[in-house]
Design a binder for this molecule. Structure first.
Ligand code: ADP
Length: 255
């Protein structure tokens, strides 16, 4: 697994690096006296350098979380406050794409046991994906709630009888624990049923996403899954092709 991971990570970094090297060659070669060409190749370098930075940031987050995966997180955090803050942060991205993002506050305690910064990363990854994969002018709904007994998590995560459902991380706490949750739904393209169990593998991307302009790092959901595991929480996905996708993450309420 480790060898595979290194091979994948190197491959992912090599593509943008090749684009940067190619641009430098052009800038110092035949675009030397061509201002329009210079602008174009500097633009390419900026996009590719950004991509490398995102990859490295995600790789570092992942390795940090993995190192601590078996150490229970300290502290408490309110999922509602985290979601509100994340929606503010991401509002420039959703307005640029004209995606309407709504927040629904369901009942229950949204205060959970956990590390605030890591839970912010969870909310950011899920909401950012929903905006990224929603169509122009599309819709994203974020629901926050809590005090859900373990036995009722299924009804929070599963809303549609026709959609496919998969649990990417199973909550591991004792049976009398209750959970706060964030559910993020979009009206994007949805994903084929067979892809769902693989979503949290590092660098896995659904075939359609690979060929679109919505290039991500393929690490976001791996990060979300590891954070959910560390918090003894769960991660569920529900999706139907052509209808959209929903991701639900749940984290234990404090005792
Ligand atoms: P990426 O950075 O590529 O978005 P993620 O790990 O966050 O990486 O997601 C893995 C893959 O899962 C994505 O490449 C995409 O194919 C699919 N995916 C994730 N979220 C959604 C969504 N809301 N709608 C459709 N596909 C999604």
């Amino acid at each position: 697994m480790r060898v595979d991971f290194l091979a994948n990570a190197s491959h992912e970094l090599r593509t943008p690096l090749a684009a940067v090297v190619g641009s430098i060659e052009t800038l110092t070669g035949h675009a030397k006296n061509d201002p329009a060409g210079q602008e174009r190749f500097l633009g390419i370098m900026q996009v590719q350098a950004d991509r490398m930075r995102r990859l490295i940031d995600d790789l570092l987050s992942l390795s940090k979380i993995e190192m601590n995966e078996h150490v229970p997180p300290q502290g408490e955090a309110d999922l509602e406050a985290i979601v509100r803050e994340t929606l503010d942060t991401l509002s420039p991205i959703s307005s640029r794409k004209n995606v309407r993002v709504s927040l629904k506050r369901a009942e229950g305690n949204s205060e959970v046991s956990g590390n605030r910064d890591e839970l912010v990363q969870v909310a950011q990854n899920l909401i950012d994906n929903a905006i990224k994969y929603a169509p122009e002018g599309g819709q994203v709904e974020v629901e926050v709630g809590g005090t859900v007994p373990r036995g009722q998590l299924g009804s929070v995560a599963r809303r549609s009888a026709e959609a496919a459902h998969v649990s990417l991380a199973a909550p591991r706490t004792d049976p009398d624990c209750t959970y706060g949750y964030i559910r993020v739904s979009d009206n994007g393209p949805g994903m084929p049923r067979a892809s769902l169990p693989r979503l949290s593998e590092r660098f896995y991307r659904v075939e359609e996403a690979k060929n679109s302009d919505r290039v991500g790092t393929g690490l976001g959901l791996a990060i979300v899954k590891h954070i959910a595991n560390r918090h003894r929480g769960g991660l569920f996905v529900e999706s139907q092709l052509g209808q959209g996708s929903s991701f639900t993450v749940c984290v234990p309420n404090p005792k």
